[in-house]
Design a protein around this ligand. Sequence first.
Ligand SMILES: C[S@@+](CC[C@H](N)C(=O)[O-])C[C@H]1O[C@@H](n2cnc3c(N)ncnc32)[C@H](O)[C@@H]1O
Length: 210
Amino acid sequence: MKEQKFYRHIARFYDLLDLPFENSRYKPLRQELFKDAEGFLLDAGVGTGRNFPHYPKSCQVTGIDLSPAMLSRARWRREKLGATIELREMNVLEMNFADDSFDSVVSTFLFCVLDDELQLPALKEIRRVCRPDGRIHILEYAISEDPLRRFIMKLWAPWVRFAYGAEFDRNTEQYLETAGLEQVECRFLYRDIIKLLTVRPKTNWSADKA
Ligand SMILES: C[S@@+](CC[C@H](N)C(=O)[O-])C[C@H]1O[C@@H](n2cnc3c(N)ncnc32)[C@H](O)[C@@H]1O
């Protein structure tokens, strides 16, 4: 898959390339994601494990990623932190977990990497493995409405596409209804460019009808 190829090459530079954004933007936002997390927690598209320091101690965490190279960095980080986190190479579109396996699912900057036609299948698969009363937190980029910021983001877009295979404007919300999910909350955590989308499985929804 194209994502595997992208992240094979970038994995060893990923933390370094992202460092200025990690320290100035992402770190404080990541904490927000885990406030109400409990029980079995899935981190989908775990990458190099940037979320590790923020997992609640009470959670039993599994991280999955398509890229062996990113997972190798994640294993290194896990060792460094002495954390107990299960890491598995797996595609979010086809997860090897039983239905309703997780109390919470978190994904940070995964959906910006997934092509438009993969957004719905990924949401459906996440819904399948999330318990009916569970919560799904998706941290993502959005393209700013502010003309200057929008212009700067458009200048950055080719680099982001080239280096990470990502886009700023995936607009993942548009697929929620068809995926059998409903929005609990959508709020910007950094200006109008990084948003936290919190969703839950819809009740009385059948995958066969979608
Ligand atoms: C931009 S990185 C984000 C990593 C991490 N969540 C973070 O916040 O730093 C996107 C990650 O998604 C992974 N990924 C891309 N497509 C995937 C898929 N179909 N299934 C699982 N992981 C995938 C990539 O390998 C990469 O590690």
